[in-house]
Design a protein around this ligand. Structure first.
Ligand SMILES: [Fe+2]
Length: 208
């Protein structure tokens, strides 16, 4: 079984102290969130990796921690057992100006911003919600295929489906439009003429 990439921070330590401590510990390769506990070991919240790295090192972890955990009475052992769950996120402004990255296997100009994820593509479980944006004139050259379900909602802009390897042809859709794909379905290539933003949910169904 894969080692769970769970890393605990203390609410009362500073980011600088936390990072110094983490350098001495063996941590996993895939960390999305750091779990924060209070002095008694109770789960108090989470800190996204990006926020941990970019915040002032003298800031206490408790100040950059976001979104109280779903079950604040959970102790650390319980949190470890349930680390695969997404955090509880309430409405807050989505920063559209940062947090974007080109997903593995995509061309530059395709960028995702992950909103919440416990998707485990090796273990074939969990789900991921993300925004995907395609820059103006950007296109993929090959169809996509994956083994999880996918639902896609075009939030804004235009999306061309089925263009060729040079970005020609295909069928253009404008927001709002929606797709729901079972695993194994080839889809695309995709292009956007003027740019677009998609909201996507990827998930495995354990009853299949
Ligand atoms: Fe897809």
């Amino acid at each position: 079984m894969a080692r769970p990439d769970v890393v605990r921070l203390l609410e009362t330590e500073t980011i600088s102290e936390a990072l110094s401590r983490l350098r001495c510990e063996q941590i996993g390769e895939r960390i999305v969130y750091f779990y924060v506990t209070d002095a008694s070991g109770r789960l108090a919240g989470v800190v996204p990796t990006r926020r941990l790295i970019l915040s002032d090192p003298s800031t206490p972890v408790g100040e950059v921690m976001i979104h109280p955990a779903v079950e604040p009475c959970y102790d650390w052992e319980g949190a470890g057992n349930r680390m695969a769950q997404k955090p509880h996120l309430e409405f807050s402004p989505v920063d559209m100006g940062s947090g974007w990255e080109t997903p593995p296997g995509y061309k530059e100009g395709f960028q995702q911003k992950i909103l919440a994820s416990d998707l485990d593509e090796k273990a074939k479980r969990g789900s991921r919600s993300r925004l995907l944006r395609i820059g103006p004139g950007v296109y993929s050259e090959k169809p996509f295929v994956h083994d999880h379900w996918e639902e896609v909602y075009l939030v804004e802009g235009d999306l061309i489906v089925g263009n060729d390897e040079r970005g020609h042809g295909g069928t253009q859709f404008h927001a709002p439009t929606y797709a729901c794909r079972p695993p194994g379905v080839h889809h695309g290539p995709f292009k956007s003429e003027k740019g677009c933003v998609l909201f996507e949910i990827h998930y495995y169904r354990n009853d299949e």
